[in-house]
Design a protein around this ligand. Sequence first.
Ligand code: GMT
Length: 379
Amino acid sequence: MKIGIVCYPTFGGSGVVATELGLELSKRGHEIHFITYNQPVRLELLGNNVHFHEVNVPEYPLFHYQPYELALSSKLVDMVKLHNIEVLHVHYAIPHAYAAYMAQKMLREDNIYVPIVTTLHGTDITLVGSHPFYKPAVTFSINKSDAVTAVSQSLKDDTLRLFDIKNDINVVTNFIDINKFNHDFTDCQRAMMATDDEKIITHISNMREVKRIPDVINIFYNIQKEIPAKLMMVGEGPEREPAERLCQKLGISDKVVFFGNSNEIDRILCFSDLFLLPSKTESFGLSALEAMASGVPVISSNTGGIPEVNKEGFSGFLSNVGDVEAMSKNALHILKSEAVLKQFKTNAKLQAKNFDIHQIVPKYEAIYQDTLNKCQVLN
Ligand code: GMT
């Protein structure tokens, strides 16, 4: 199949999922066209089956807001015609599903019908999409998509609760290529980060308010009072600076490393002992899955789709949002005993295997084929 993928090309989870999906589909013989404003961060290899088409939005001083949706829908029309793209898979309702619908309408004028598959990732539903300013457009775009998927059952439930949805929503969970996280542990370079007796705690996110970064710091503060430990903070975002100030205030700056955005997540996870994800909400928690695939147990909140990923008492522990004390206690329970830590590491890896890419990607292929079959009736 010739598949157009529209996503946010940044370090967010939706862009990562879209990129990994495109790469795996290309390995399975499909021709993939990424259509977005930058080359996606994890898209290193372009080749015969993987193409990137940049959406340019010319700056025009008259416009207070530059019309990205317009540029995207025009680009989609051009690329579908030029490359005979058969299916458009848009990640994120805002504004991608909306722009794709306009492209579909324009193409229809030329008797081309290209189905739209929309994948909902979370923030497009729970945080931004349900805002009254966007809600009618998001509802419309979801209802007009030829197929809709959500990355967890929890996100599907939220979407049905928050919007007036007439379409079916398929749950197709996020996934992981387990093999990519099968490290050669001698190559971990752990010694660069901590001494042998120190435990390494890691948090990865785009450091927005929803990630509850002060909770991450406070949990670590409690941990390091009882055992030698270091904290790895990976990612960029508005909460990074306040977090650095909090570390100074608590007197733990020398134990906390702020990496910024990194393309070496697997290397960092390779030497980590525990992953913290105390988010206020999380449709899935891809970073937690990546940690688990690296054999890193997860201390998380019990919100949104996280309980579908992190299994209580098996791959880690889950607590109520904001319950720093419980999260600290659970973290110490895992970290204080080498035997317990070893068991949780093994379990984390086992749990991650339930989300192996080879089980999930065929589900998307089936959905594409289904929309194409329906299209043939229309054409
Ligand atoms: O919250 C993020 O880190 C970014 C955000 C995004 O839109 O890229 O992530 C959302 O999609 C990810 C991939 O499906 C999920 O793993 C995250 O849980 C989800 N974030 C939220 O729901 C807050």
